[in-house]
Design a protein around this ligand. Structure first.
Ligand code: LLP
Length: 400
């Protein structure tokens, strides 16, 4: 049991708290599920890029899936070996490509023919052969929130099967490209296995047809996307996930790469804020807390559900919205929830805030971003200090 009260007194609020032992459990469960084949779990750094989170996963053996050179640098700094680092993303700048090639990471994941041309040119300039994989868009509906659905042709991600094939032939014939991998990722917070299995089947067929023309793929990257429980969702068991993927790979000797973000860190995180006061507008009850949408954006951006709890309070519940002080009607953590009466300084815990929480925070309304605390084996460690006003203005100059 985490003592949220003690942590909020020690570190202040708003505050992020991560249970590192829970992260270990998630990693181990997934690694075990894939143990029947060669596999690499490459943590999607975007979900929570705190250096201590990455370094904790590095110690467990994880690789990293990165979407900017900044994330690649974080992964290297946190101790992920370069041969376990992937650089993905729909648009990479030339300097990012160059740096990734110089770092000699495992592979660059490409999403268009135009991008492949740039990578080939830059690799030629450096006298290198770039290891690449191509993101295939299998045109599958993942049945998740439209903002986090990526596997349909109407999304900006990846290339269609025909284009992918053409790109593989071109890469195979290039002196500066080595097409070692294939990739797909159909969406995030996936709770249904069938779309994943269908996508894996389509991509595995492409691998077989490439093999027939002597293009030998080594890495089969199934993306991330495994959903977690926020409310009462039925989620996919790691074992069933792995088995579904294995079932599509008959006759192929591949290393499976998996890029989970949310699954690894989502349920291990808590967002703590304190009640400032309550108010009632025409019969509608609001609990106003010191955390806001700039700290945790998911409810505002996706209307995402997060479980909330007022620590140590129960009974006499009535419906209320939990809202922050930011000047936007969209600034809320929970809507129409049954909550006990609250008082100044009561502690509100928002659950499942470990993924896409702090990383999506901003300084909107000149609000310093929260501190982050890790709990490992019952001990708390500050892994990022709370920002100060000075931090917020230090890059600005009053020159006019
Ligand atoms: N691989 C690729 C290529 C991705 O685009 C993503 C997530 C992942 C892996 C990791 O997905 P995960 O295992 O975490 O589902 N901000 C949104 C989620 C955006 C996900 C973007 N891509 C949210 O708060 O729900």
């Amino acid at each position: 049991m985490i003592d949220f009260k003690a942590l909020s007194n020690k570190y202040g609020t708003p505050l992020y708290v991560y249970d590192f032992n829970k992260i270990s459990e998630q990693y181990d469960a997934l690694k075990k599920a894939f143990s029947g084949r060669k596999s690499l779990i490459s943590y999607a750094v975007k979900a929570n890029s705190n250096l201590s989170v990455i370094s904790h996963l590095a110690k467990l053996g994880s690789g990293a899936d990165c979407v900017s050179i900044g994330e690649v640098k974080r992964a290297l700094l946190a101790g992920i070996p370069k041969y376990k680092i992937i650089f993905s993303g729909v648009g990479k700048r030339d300097d990012e490509i160059e740096e990734a090639l110089k770092e000699d990471i495992l592979l660059l994941n490409l999403e268009s023919e135009a991008e492949m041309e740039r990578v080939e040119m830059i690799a030629a300039k450096l006298g290198k052969e770039a290891r690449i994989s191509i993101r295939v868009n299998p045109n599958i509906d993942p049945k998740t929130h439209p903002y986090i659905s990526t596997g349909l042709h109407e999304n900006k991600f990846g290339v269609d099967l025909e284009t992918a094939k053409r790109m593989y032939v071109k890469a195979h014939n290039s002196n500066h490209l080595d097409p070692v991998g294939i990739h797909f990722h159909i969406g995030s917070q996936l709770t249904e296995l069938d779309p994943i299995k269908e996508a894996a089947g389509i991509v595995a067929d492409l691998v077989r047809s490439l093999k027939a023309i002597k293009i030998d793929i080594k890495f089969f990257d199934v993306g991330g996307g495994l959903g977690i429980v926020y409310d009462d969702e039925t989620t996919i068991e790691p074992y069933d996930y792995a088995q579904a993927i294995f079932s599509t790979l008959y006759g192929l000797d591949l290393t499976i790469i998996c890029e989970p973000g949310r699954f690894m860190v989502g349920n291990s995180g808590y967002f703590l804020s304190k009640v400032l006061y309550e108010k009632v507008n025409e019969g509608k009850r609001f609990v106003i807390v010191d955390g806001a949408m700039n700290d945790l954006l998911r409810p505002s951006l996706y209307n995402a559900y997060h479980k909330v709890e007022v620590v140590g309070k129960e009974g006499n519940e009535s419906e209320a919205d939990i809202v922050g002080p930011v000047c936007e009607s969209g600034d809320f953590f929970a809507k129409s929830r049954m909550l006990p009466p609250t008082e100044h300084n009561d502690l509100v815990v928002v659950y499942s805030a470990g993924a896409y929480g702090f990383v999506m925070a901003s300084n909107y309304n000149t609000r310093p971003r929260p501190a982050e605390v890790a709990i490992l084996d019952g001990k708390d460690h500050c892994i990022r200090q709370r920002e100060t006003f000075e931090d917020l203005i230090k890059l600005e100059t009053m020159c006019l």
